[in-house]
Design a protein around this ligand. Structure first.
Ligand code: C2O
Ligand code: CU
Length: 489
């Protein structure tokens, strides 16, 4: 048994090498296990078992820059063979691992990524949620696609703490569906003084794999599948099918969850455990919410505190339950266990939660805001399904000026939900009457339920350019449910 209290050092570790550091500490701790046993010291309350995340480990990239405030890595997109369906090899596309390497930074750090495209198709990398210069955004409005065999260097500062991810923005549905996505975590410059729990990054996705082990063609199912949004039957947590976490019974964990799937919504619960939602997309929110289950739409992230507790050796199941996002989403579908949590040892007491929670972001004023009204629409053209913004696929431009505040109302005219995502800027969701929706928090993605409207307020800083917005069901985006903000000086 490891005796070294993990959180005393590993739990506070930040920077991209936190995982490596953590692993090293665990090994160090293990090496001393005999000695600890001899002196009879009680196990430290924060300790996780040695194999805590052995099935959930994310790849960690090599950092080519010795400066602790710069993470410089090479990310190569290429083909890779993995076994996801037992006995069958599946050729996927990956950033060198499934998911791609975990990019772990501290607020204000600089990220340099030398991207190499070894795919047979054009690609790019979009840094979902990051407020970066427009020419680093990786969207078709901001850079030429990176052709097979070509390279591109992304270089920018990460200004805001939060849970983010990266993925291609050319043939998005096809390329993400084939395995191209990775987590990007930004720790706050001033880390919370108190122990919220052991951080665990969970990248959720799915894949469509045919009987022979091959990836399904990206257009399988035609217009109907596009209209629904393609979900893969093989659900993945950190690139694994139903992995097991070996958790210290009673020890609090801080889960940072990312929905990196093309279309699947994740409605999740962990047995009877109460979960404390402490943050969304861009850092901790001011008002933690206790709940038994939560929903993450494609493109969304959430932070929850979880304290798995029970009989020693018991298993708790992280269960996916169908979420009603429109016709076909719940009919004839069963809940599915996507991860097991094995409780190791007798239950221990976790340290109490911080008495004072970080302050919520100030509500953004809507005074003098320009109104923007858009509709998410569906039509047919020459036998093909066309999705759009106000009936127009891809080309709707919303003019805006640097420094301006806009109040958007996004109306969903369809019988399916659409997760709306804006590039480059955060917004705050409003109630129908224009008051801020609580908890007040910064977002870049919000679900717009079927036949409903969602309003938000956004203020543009000084980064002129074309900034995309689109549905993050990527089959919908690729069918035209996408437009852009034209931000002018
Ligand atoms: Cu994940 Cu255009 O976005
Ligand atoms: Cu959609």
């Amino acid at each position: 048994m490891a005796m070294r209290p993990l959180a005393a050092s590993g739990g506070e570790a930040h920077g991209h090498d936190a995982l490596v550091l953590r692993r090293a500490l665990l090994l160090v701790a293990l090496g001393g296990a005999g000695a600890c046993g001899d002196d009879g010291a009680a196990p430290a309350p924060t300790e996780q078992p040695e194999d805590f995340l052995s099935e959930l480990a994310l790849a960690v990239p090599d950092d080519a820059d010795p400066d602790p405030n710069v993470l410089e890595v090479t990310i190569r997109a290429g083909t890779e063979e993995v076994e996801l369906v037992s006995g069958k090899a599946t050729q996927i596309w990956s950033y060198g691992a499934l998911p791609g390497p975990l990019l772990h930074l501290t607020q204000g750090d600089r990220l340099v990524v030398h991207f190499e495209n070894d795919l047979p198709k054009d690609s790019s990398i979009h840094w979902h949620g990051i407020r970066l210069p427009v020419d680093m955004d990786g969207s078709p409005h901001s850079q030429a696609p990176v052709a097979p065999g070509e390279t591109f260097t992304y270089d920018f500062v990460v200004p805001d703490p939060g849970v983010y991810y990266y993925h291609p923005h050319v043939f998005d549905a096809e390329e993400m569906g084939a395995g191209l996505y990775g987590a990007l975590i930004v720790d706050p410059k001033e880390p919370a003084a108190e122990d919220l729990g052991d951080p665990v990054v969970l990248v959720l996705s799915d894949m469509s794999i045919n009987e022979d082990g091959e990836l399904a063609p990206p257009d399988q199912g035609g217009n109907l599948a596009t209209l629904f949004g393609r979900e893969g039957a093989v659900v993945l947590v950190n690139g694994k099918v139903r992995p097991t976490m070996h958790a210290r019974n009673g020890r609090r964990q801080r889960w940072q969850l990312i929905n990196a799937a093309r279309s699947r919504y994740f409605q999740l619960s962990l047995g009877e455990e109460r979960l404390l939602r402490v943050g969304g997309q861009a850092g901790l929110s001011g008002d933690p919410i206790e709940m038994g289950s939560f929903v993450i739409a494609p493109g969304e992230r959430v932070e929850v505190l979880v304290t798995p507790t029970g009989e020693p050796g018991a298993r708790e199941e992280l269960v996916w339950t169908p979420y009603d996002r429109g016709y076909g989403s719940t009919e004839f579908r069963e809940p599915e266990t996507i991860m097991d949590v094995e409780l190791v040892g007798e239950a221990i007491e976790s340290a109490p939660l911080p008495a004072a929670w970080p302050a919520a972001p100030e509500p953004l004023s809507t005074a003098g805001a320009e109104e923007v009204d858009i509709q998410l629409t569906q039509s047919m053209s020459g036998g093909d399904l066309v999705l759009g913004i106000d009936g127009v696929p891809f080309e709707t431009s919303i003019p805006a000026a640097v420094g301006e505040t806009q109040r958007w109302r996004v109306t969903n005219t369809m019988q399916w939900d659409h997760p709306f995502h804006l590039h480059g800027f955060f917004f705050q969701v409003l109630n129908e009457d224009g008051t801020p929706k609580t908890p007040v928090e910064w977002r870049d993605t919000v679900n717009v339920p079927q036949m409903e409207s969602v309003s938000f307020v956004v203020k543009y800083d000084n980064r002129p350019g074309d900034w995309m917005f689109h549905c993050h069901i990527l089959d919908h985006a690729d069918a035209g449910m996408s437009g852009f903000v034209t931000l002018m000086k």
